[in-house]
Design a protein. Sequence first.
Length: 151
Amino acid sequence: MRLVFAGWAGQGVRFMGKVAAKALFLEGLRVRASFEYTAAVRYGPVLSYVLASEGEIHEIVPVDADALVLLSPKAESRARPYMDARVVIRNGLYYEGQPKPPQGLPANMFFLGYLSGILGRPRIDLLLKAVDGGANAEALRRGHSAAKGNE
């Protein structure tokens, strides 16, 4: 499984990658996570890559992706190589059938939960284990429910 999360500094892109990686590791998979920043971390694009497999992982940065979660349209140019992923979720550019994150909940965790609901991985129970509860857990649950049509 190859996941790419892209956004702008301060949107929690690294945290998304860490939570997804931890959940996939808890599932028993081998996991490699890496992050890419611009020279000016503040106000610049950030990409997070999570690779998970039952076997060895040789890539550091994926050539392609199974899923891309784009948290900011401003980061689209950096994420362009992954735009043909099987699942592309975009925050800020809403498409028919794609929900908006609830006001007051972290959009990064909402869309990670939404991705879990679509792909079935990372598993929602393990994502919830990877966060400390609170608003992050609620956002994960709401995103997962939205993907399942229960929101």
